[in-house]
Design a protein around this ligand. Sequence first.
Ligand SMILES: Nc1ncnc2c1ncn2[C@@H]1O[C@H](COP(=O)(O)OP(=O)(O)OP(=O)(O)O)[C@@H](O)[C@H]1O
Length: 229
Amino acid sequence: MIRFDNVSKSYPKQNRPALRDVSLEVEKGEFVFLVGSSGSGKSTFLRLLLREERASQGQVHVLGKDLARLSNWKVPQMRRQLGTVFQDFRLLPNKTVAENVAFAQEVIGKPRGEIRKAVPQVLDLVGLGGKEDRMPGELSGGEQQRVAIARAFVNRPMLLIADEPTGNLDPQTSVGIMKLLDRINRTGTTVVMATHDQQIVDQMRKRVIELEKGRLVRDQSRGVYGYQH
Ligand SMILES: Nc1ncnc2c1ncn2[C@@H]1O[C@H](COP(=O)(O)OP(=O)(O)OP(=O)(O)O)[C@@H](O)[C@H]1O
């Protein structure tokens, strides 16, 4: 699903790389937490997966494709197989819950009939049945994140990328969101989630990858890497 081979990423005018010599693999169906303090490189890692950034060195493979060799016109096609969820939900404020979710299908040209069927199904799955016609501003943070997850999941992505999805939520609401992400993972969707929330990481008992100053310093399921401070 994901393979990083000796990946480094340097941004212009930064005196140290955001990622340094990172190698790892994530298999289909895994649930992986990406942890590390602020500035450790988590968002950079996720941006490389989405090909919003390109590696300075090494190879990034996603869904079997070497992203450096993927032509620009093929990037949207690759991204269609990925779902994304962010801390700030990123919903369209002037569209209803159902329209927000439908939009993800419209942009990839799904037929109307299919959209009409899929949207209520996925809203039921995330626990928002009956709220189809609400506007995002009328929902709690947890509900807004459920809409965002429904939107990310409606096209049945192979890989769901979540960047601090519980960052704006209280602990109880966060637990509900994590249960939902776990359910989605159990349908076969691989999940990679960056988080600062140690409590969630402890509760969920999933694979944990830790970055520190751009280096991979811990991969819980595969032993400790030999990085010395
Ligand atoms: N677009 C950019 N241009 C220049 N430097 C960047 C850019 N994005 C990130 N960086 C730098 O790269 C390093 C890693 O940042 P990154 O955002 O990947 O970390 P992070 O672990 O996601 O942090 P946070 O938890 O605060 O979101 C930091 O030193 C940051 O300043």
